[in-house]
Ligand binder design. Structure first.
Ligand SMILES: Nc1ncnc2c1ncn2[C@@H]1O[C@H](COP(=O)(O)OP(=O)(O)OP(=O)(O)O)[C@@H](O)[C@H]1O
Length: 313
């Protein structure tokens, strides 16, 4: 039997229903201490429900939920678990320094204030009033409030949903500083690029179940196809027999090979002396995500549409 006290998060066969809807459907997930994990999934996949269960805001219908081997309630009480709200939580007419200082003072062993401000990227903003903060700055203040008690695990439900690209990048720089201190982060996101860039591990969730779990590289390799292009030296039918190749097309004097294993395909092309003007376009996480979440029947509920950078409502 696994000793889940070694993991920051341990979900075992967890199910949560809302009437006829199985929001979380037999989910098992262990997150070791120090990992940054993205929970990626389309609308209604069960991401918020999973986070709600981990915070003890929702009780599982069946299965067990453990945070550092303990109940979510105890993990929060001991200060090891914190969450960051997506909105609200900021008191008007106070300054950043006053609010963060006040919240810090409510903890028994808070993180030193200057460290909180530095990790959240708020240096120079201590005197700024809440009303005058940009969306990105406000989100970093919420992050500072979550950090104040020096938690070991932070749960973030779509932390950058309301931020523009630049604010998102700045937010993730703050998060990196937190992760660099050996802390564990679990965040949900619709943005594939965020999962790709900032998570050590991507857990794709769909209809309350895990559809894939691994590094973004592993997930891409699992289901998405890379494209290898070379100056054509053979016909499509012979190229389709190369290792890894799923389909081949010859047009404009170039062969375009869709492959599950670009390395193997390139090696075979090289062995055949056919690697002139080689170009390899790696698989995108977006392709993998579409493939994974299209494997099963669509769910009734909010429609989801893919944008260039992610999945939006
Ligand atoms: N309190 C509730 N009552 C009834 N149904 C609910 C409730 N909370 C969630 N659901 C349903 O459970 C399913 C999972 O919802 P959840 O909010 O966990 O998904 P999500 O992945 O966070 O989606 P989104 O990305 O849209 O926030 C959905 O079908 C949703 O409609």
């Amino acid at each position: 039997m696994k000793n889940d006290a070694n993991d920051a998060v341990s979900l075992r066969d967890v199910t949560k229903r809302f009437g006829a809807v199985r929001a979380v459907d037999g989910l098992s997930l262990d997150i070791p201490v120090g990992q940054t994990v993205a929970l990626l999934g389309p609308n209604g996949a069960g991401k918020s429900t999973t986070i709600g269960l981990l915070l003890g805001l929702l009780a599982p219908g069946s299965g067990t939920v453990r945070v550092f081997g303990d109940s979510p309630e105890n993990a929060i009480r001991s200060g090891r678990l914190a969450a960051m709200p997506q909105e609200g939580g900021l008191v008007p007419r106070t300054t950043v320094g006053e609010l963060v200082g006040f919240v810090s003072g409510t903890y028994r062993s808070p993180l030193p204030l200057d460290e909180v401000m530095a990790t959240a990227g708020l240096e120079g903003l201590a005197g700024r009033r809440m009303e005058r903060l940009s969306g990105g700055q406000a989100q970093r203040v919420r992050f500072a409030l979550a950090l104040a008690g020096d938690p070991d695990l932070i749960l973030l439900d779509e932390p950058t949903a309301a931020l523009d690209v630049r604010a998102r990048r700045e937010f993730w720089e703050s998060m990196r500083a937190f992760a660099a201190r050996g802390k564990t982060i679990l965040f949900s996101t619709h943005y594939l690029e965020e999962a790709d860039e900032y998570a050590d591990r991507v857990v794709v969730i769909d209809r309350g179940r895990i559809a894939a779990d691994g590094t973004s590289r592993e997930i891409k390799r699992l289901v998405a196809l890379s494209t290898v292009s070379v100056t054509a030296t053979g016909d499509a039918a012979s190229l389709e027999r190369l290792p890894g190749v799923v389909s081949a097309e010859v047009r404009g004097g170039r062969a375009h090979l869709r492959t599950r294993d670009a390395d193997a395909t390139v090696v075979a092309l090289a062995a055949a002396g056919a690697v002139r003007d080689l170009e390899v376009v790696p698989a995108a996480l977006e392709d993998a995500f579409i493939a994974l979440t299209e494997l099963t029947e669509p769910v009734p509920g909010p429609a989801s549409a893919l944008t260039e950078t992610g999945v939006e409502a």
